[in-house]
Design a protein around this ligand. Sequence first.
Ligand code: PLP
Length: 406
Amino acid sequence: MFKINENYLKLPGSYLFSNIAKKVAAYKEANPDKEVISLGIGDVTQPLAPAVIDALHKAVDEMANAETFKGYAPDLGYSFLREAIQKYDFEERGVKIDTDEIFISDGAKSDSGNMGDIFGKDNIIAVCDPVYPVYVDANVMDGRTGTYDKDTEQWSDVVYMPCTKENGFVPELPEKTPDIIYICSPNNPTGTAMTKDQLQKWVDYANEKGSVIIFDAAYEAYISEEDVPHSIYECDGAKTCAIEIRSFSKNAGFTGTRLGYTVVPKELESNGTSVNALWARRHGTKFNGAPYIIQRAGEAVYSEEGRAQTKEQVAYYMENARIIVEGLKEAGFKVSGAVNSPYAWLETPDGMTSWEFFDYLLENANIVGTPGSGFGPSGEGYFRLTAFGSRENTLKAVERIKALKK
Ligand code: PLP
């Protein structure tokens, strides 16, 4: 009889967003006349930039001709894209990354989920609490998290690093030394980003302890403050202790198009074994890349027009973020984030739990947000609103929230 990976059975039943979808569907069915606005899931709404669309059309035409047709893509990705990344994401920020340290993928979700393949089962992982749920769930699947306690909503073998208002939503160095440290900055869901000094402490800690940091920079494009690094490699010594994951989803609207990349420096070693070589081996065997057409679309993001057009999209969402934060503050909510990220993080009023506030907002303002507790136990009592909606819906939602408090 074949056997399944029993670690999958340990995953707690229902995923946050399917729970939300069920609740919203039930509400809409019972209230068909209500206009429900979603500031909930982290998906973008603006169409792909014209420069990207042009590149897609051109690449599709190339596939129609024997002379320009492309078959399997190189394992690490096409050099035209890796060179553009090297230049615009790193060199222009004074960071030296070699093209063979850049691995093109179909997105940051895949990379953050698959990264565990190259690490041993007995590594202790540490995660920010709250954070994007993929890191923990993928490690559950890999059998690295121990047992789940329903009451505390924590795994026995995971080091949780609370991000609370007391520490400004920036994690403190843990007492128990982890082997693999996931840092998401700017963070989903709190919207807080680490300053360079704060991140440098983590890099120094990881180098001292022999840990590896998996740095998720999916929201890098939203950074507006000077002292917030766009890449972990802006910190001294990061190449010996950090992997960086990037995405084209939030800076260029590729959530459905799918494109990302991961940097695995050649200096990163465990007992003399090159992690870069292992990740290359994995890419060679399991693939994890992106089609030619999509990589050409990614290249267009770095063209002069592409950069200007995608910058405009980010600015559009950040204006939404500003509208949300100002409106919530005016309505008397305590709110943080949304300065270096598209996420506003608000304290639920009157001691409501995150899910109680979800219901309250859905029923009284017909707005869908995301309960903070869905991202980890320290998210209880908080709520995430995203800036990814249309301007019209964002303005409408803010007016409804303001009316609530009167
Ligand atoms: N990393 C973080 C922190 C995210 O919030 C998300 C999506 O919401 C992703 C990665 C997924 O990125 P991608 O669309 O490239 O898979």
